[in-house]
Design a protein around this ligand. Structure first.
Ligand SMILES: Nc1ncnc2c1ncn2[C@@H]1O[C@H](COP(=O)(O)OP(=O)(O)OP(=O)(O)O)[C@@H](O)[C@H]1O
Ligand SMILES: [Mg+2]
Length: 305
């Protein structure tokens, strides 16, 4: 286990050590969230590196990563705890067969921790009893419904959950909580107020170049520069879904698989499906538009060199 970083610069360096290239604003917010033990709420478009932050923090701080993937209809049974009804039934039958206990004593027995199935939120609260606080990733919170959000409030403000049959379980130390949202709907203010907030934006060209140098180091310098310039230019186009960092990395790897040393119109057309995921967007860019952007990109890369 590593202690939390001592400054914003140290936070940026810690993330870079795990090949995550964060701008200063993000590093500052992460640093503060760690220092103040507050949950971090990250919003942004798809594929900009929100989920990755939790993974990288867990790895670089040497903490377990506990992940709660949100979806519509997510309930307490899947997110917090469930009683192991089958084992409870067996216990009851055994006790009956052995004539062991009064029904009151048995009731207490079968609602003990032994029969509790821990789901991610409860696991995250209890983990620090035996080790360092884990990283709890609550991924894509915007997919759940509001009752679940309301439930999260208790967890996030007091780091505790209440199980009627058992009582309140409180974290010995708060976990490092990262919440992400793709903003398909607004998250309630009450949840946001308990968190530090950061909007994870598309990276600028310099940062995206650095990301590619780390994530696709085999690519030639020319290819990397052209890919970044091309993607950055595409993000200004009127498309239904702009490519994220994930797509930039995937595209570079696809180009490498085709042994490309630089971009050319044919290769771009052959690989557009790695970069764009909507047929309308592909149709708009394919052919003459791709060739035109490529010319612009080459001129810009030549100028920068
Ligand atoms: N700043 C960055 N430095 C290094 N790698 C990055 C960065 N941003 C994104 N990536 C890479 O991009 C990929 C996608 O990141 P991630 O899955 O975290 O995106 P996301 O924002 O959670 O997307 P979604 O909303 O679709 O879940 C990962 O492979 C990650 O390594
Ligand atoms: Mg994600």
């Amino acid at each position: 286990m590593t202690g939390i970083p001592a400054s914003i610069d140290a936070t940026q360096a810690l993330l870079a050590g795990a090949d995550y290239v964060a701008d200063r604003g993000l590093a500052a917010t992460i640093f503060l969230a760690l220092k103040m033990q507050r949950p971090l709420f990250l919003e942004g478009e798809a594929g900009v590196g929100k989920t990755e932050i939790a993974k990288v923090l867990a790895t670089s701080l040497g903490r377990p990563l506990i992940r709660l993937q949100c979806y519509e209809g997510l309930d307490i049974h899947s997110a917090v705890y469930e009683w192991n009804v089958q084992r409870q039934m067996i216990e009851i039958r055994l006790a009956e067969a052995e004539g062991r206990k009064s029904s009151e004593g048995l009731g207490q027995d079968i609602y003990s921790e032994r029969f509790l199935i821990r789901r991610p939120l409860l696991k995250a609260l209890q983990a620090s009893a035996t080790g360092a606080p884990p990283v709890l990733l609550i991924d894509e919170l915007d997919r759940t419904d509001e009752p679940f959000e309301a439930y999260l409030l208790e967890v996030l403000s007091d780091f505790q959950v209440t199980i009627p049959e058992l009582g309140t379980i409180r974290a010995a130390q708060p976990p490092i909580v990262i919440i992400t949202s793709n903003r398909t709907r607004e998250i309630h203010d009450a949840v946001k107020r308990r968190c530090l907030y950061y909007w994870v934006d598309y990276p600028d060209a310099a940062r995206e170049l650095e990301i590619l140098r780390r994530k696709a180091p085999e690519a030639s310098a020319t290819l990397t520069r052209e890919v970044v310039a091309f993607v950055q230019r595409l993000r200004q186009a009127d498309l239904f879904k702009l490519p994220g960092v994930a797509e930039t990395i995937d595209w570079t790897r696809a180009l490498l698989a085709l042994d490309a040393l630089a971009l050319d119109p044919q290769t771009i057309n052959d690989t557009l499906g790695v970069l764009l995921k909507y047929q309308d967007d592909i149709a708009r860019v394919q052919g003459s538009e791709a060739a035109r952007i490529l010319q612009e990109v080459r001129a810009r890369v030549a100028q920068a060199a």
